[in-house]
Ligand binder design. Structure first.
Ligand SMILES: *Cc1c(COP(=O)(O)O)cnc(C)c1O
Length: 424
């Protein structure tokens, strides 16, 4: 399989090169040349998650330098449960928060880390992972790459814009992981990362590699759980589900679109966003307008100019075609709180603010009844928001409580690349 740039002015490359480069040389994002059609035998509800990951991802790695390692990479990366929790007969929640940092970003980050560690066998060169995070990405990336051989990590996050527990997960590592609190917004962090990658001297000297949601190695594994969950849902209910996905940079949603295009039994894909309404506005007007991000309760979705929109727009020929595959709805902070409360009252089930936006869309906006809300983080990561609303203390998942006990180390810097590579 070959991968091409969304901007069409870069040579086609293997998955290996696309993953190690992060961004294509023309500034575009890598996309598979074609999306393979998944064989029917794969739609087997009894297959393990690790096996399904291997089967779904195999066509993308045919002829790849690490093709022979793919099974081991999947076994390493996906060693935690992926439960589909039913609230009632037809409404389910796909809990993507049972990995080491209790958010769905563990899927992409752990796949990428295993892949990159093994890339040393081919390249024999150390790597520096540069990652900008609006909350959960950096924690997941730091956790996934911590103590991986021949790899250093620089994590950038917007100072004061992440929760205390998120910040802990970004700063508790040490060893090969360095954390930077940037005075600015997430979009500033992302701009710094993008411009570092455009600087070929810097890139060469540090072996700079992206682990952000723009990286193909994060994106591809995010299609697997849509295949897995839709197959299980169909087995149980006889219906194809509508997925409702709390979205920011839309990497997770593009993963869902891949799964649907590959033939997984998915009826529809609906995006829930917070007050950052770039996507619903785009779908309504047909004019894409990136903007500054607004701070909300669902802070991992505070993105004003979602980078993976470039992939979504590349996949389809027109705005009409995009509209036929996805819809998107914005949910305000007030409604997010209401939704946390409502789901708790009706089901005694706690959801994080991101997941709550998806629940709001399910319960108040769309008409479909066969629905899966994608739960992107454990509610205990956002305890300052969730606990006062439900009036209970949430138990902290064991993986997280381990991290919270560690010491924090972090540098505060301004939003300029020089401060990131200042060796003093
Ligand atoms: C990153 C994140 C999102 C948004 O995912 P995208 O792929 O950027 O759209 C939603 N919820 C949580 C908890 C996240 O960490």
């Amino acid at each position: 399989m070959k991968f091409i740039s969304t901007r069409g002015r870069s040579p086609e490359v293997s998955a290996f090169d696309a993953i190690l480069q992060g961004l294509a040389p023309d500034g575009g994002l890598y996309m598979p040349e074609v999306l393979p059609r998944l064989p029917e035998e794969l739609f087997n509800p009894h297959m393990s998650y690790q096996q399904m990951a291997y089967e779904v991802l195999t066509p993308f790695f045919i002829g790849d330098p690490l093709e022979a390692h793919l099974k081991a990479i999947c076994d390493d990366a996906f060693d935690f449960p992926v439960p589909l929790h039913y609230l009632n007969e037809t409404e389910a929640v796909l809990e993507l928060y049972h990995g080491p940092t209790a958010a769905f970003k563990d899927f992409g980050a752990r796949f990428l880390a295993s892949f990159m560690e093994r890339s040393y066998e081919v390249r024999q060169q150390p790597l520096t992972i540069l990652v900008a995070t609006s909350g959960d990405t950096g924690g997941a990336v730091a956790a996934a790459f911590h103590k991986k051989n021949h790899i250093g990590v620089k994590v950038l996050f917007p100072k004061g814009r992440v929760s205390a527990r998120q910040e802990k997960q970004l700063t508790c590592w040490g060893d090969n992981v360095e954390s930077y609190a940037v005075t600015g917004a997430f979009d500033d962090c992302q701009t710094m990362v993008k411009s570092a990658f455009m600087d070929s001297e810097l890139k060469e000297r540090y072996g700079l590699t992206s682990a952000n949601s723009i990286n193909l190695g994060r994106l591809l594994p995010q299609s697997v759980y849509y295949v897995y969950a839709s197959v299980q849902y169909k087995e149980k209910t006889g219906k194809e589900p509508v997925f409702i996905i709390p979205s920011g940079n839309v990497g997770n949603s593009v993963g869902a679109l891949f799964a649907k295009e590959m033939g997984a039994p998915i009826k529809d894909i609906v995006l829930a966003v917070n007050e950052n309404k770039t996507i619903p506005d785009y779908l309504e007007t047909g004019v894409y307008e990136g903007r500054e991000s607004i701070a909300t309760l669902a802070n991992a979705m505070d993105v004003g100019d979602p980078s993976n929109m470039e992939r979504m727009r590349f996949m389809y020929d027109s705005i009409e075609e995009i509209r036929s595959h996805v819809s998107a709805h914005s949910v305000s902070d007030e409604l997010i709180k209401e939704s946390i409360s409502e789901v708790w009252k009706n089901h005694r089930y706690a959801v994080c603010p991101h997941t709550a936006s998806g629940e709001y869309v399910r319960n108040h906006i769309i008409e479909d009844t066969d629905t899966i809300v994608v739960s992107t983080a454990h509610p205990a990561k956002f305890e300052t928001i969730v606990e006062p609303v439900i009036g209970e203390t949430l138990p902290i998942p064991e993986a997280l409580s381990k991290l919270f006990g560690k010491e924090s180390i972090c540098k505060e810097i301004s939003a300029k690349i020089e401060s990131l590579f200042d060796e003093s």
